[in-house]
Design a protein around this ligand. Structure first.
Ligand SMILES: [Zn+2]
Ligand SMILES: [Zn+2]
Length: 235
């Protein structure tokens, strides 16, 4: 899902958790922002694998995919499932300042994972799609106070906090509370800002909600930009 780092770094990270980089069968793209696609061209060329991407996003990423075989590009549509081996992927729209940004629901063997990073707020569609997932990869981008008091220029602060920006820790925690159900087992908080967040603040906001709901059975953890996250098994 996305290749926001150089392929060299991605390959190294995969190898460090004992995943052969060449075992990756496909790339799925969420939107055209650099932190999601900077390594996509090289990765696709090395892996010679399909790149699933919607045509609006493709138009912005085309220059990065110049030397990628045409037959490797697989256009996707929101709401229309496609398969990669035994995983069924369905894209859903998210509100973000990109041309056609999406999150994904991935189903396999009766389990469902929801992936939503880079969204300004949880729309009804987002809530609907993330409901009934067994695992969630959910953005917890910034702490509102850190963002407001932080070093970013005013316009950038506005953009991040806007309805087409990123989810704050509190927004993620409250979304989590809204969509809570018995079979939710794992939550990976993702897309944490280096400047406007800390792992403790992100974790704290969601952990508070899980505590209040007495859901000590749920594994709450993080993904990081500079190292692989823990490998988590959902049964
Ligand atoms: Zn991003
Ligand atoms: Zn983005």
């Amino acid at each position: 899902m996305d290749v926001g780092l150089s392929w060299v770094r991605v390959a190294k990270s995969l190898a460090s958790i004992e995943v052969d980089p060449m075992s990756i069968d496909a790339i799925v793209v969420t939107h055209e922002h650099t932190d999601h696609v900077s390594g996509v061209g090289v990765a696709a060329r090395k892996l010679r694998c399909p790149v699933h991407i919607n045509i609006d996003t493709l138009s912005f990423v085309a220059s990065r995919l110049k030397n990628v075989g045409r037959q490797q590009i697989v256009p996707t549509d929101v709401g229309k499932p496609f398969w990669i081996n035994d995983l069924e992927f369905t894209a859903f729209p998210v509100p973000h300042d990109a041309v056609n940004p999406v999150g994904y629901v991935v189903k396999s063997n009766g389990l469902k994972v929801g992936i939503a990073t880079d969204l300004g707020y949880p729309t009804n569609v987002v809530r609907h799609c993330l409901r009934a997932c067994n695992a969630l990869v959910l953005e917890s981008n910034h702490d509102r106070m850190m963002l407001l008091d932080g070093p970013y220029p005013f316009e950038l602060k506005q953009r991040i906090a806007s309805k087409r920006g990123h989810l704050s820790n509190d927004q993620s925690a409250s979304l989590l509370s809204d969509i809570m159900h018995d079979d939710l087992a794992v939550v990976l908080l993702s897309h944490l800002s280096h400047e406007n967040n800390t792992p403790d603040l992100a974790f704290g906001a969601s952990a508070k909600v899980l505590n209040e709901l007495d859901r000590h059975d749920i594994t709450l953890t993080m993904t990081y930009q500079d190292r692989p996250s823990d490998v988590i098994t959902v049964e």
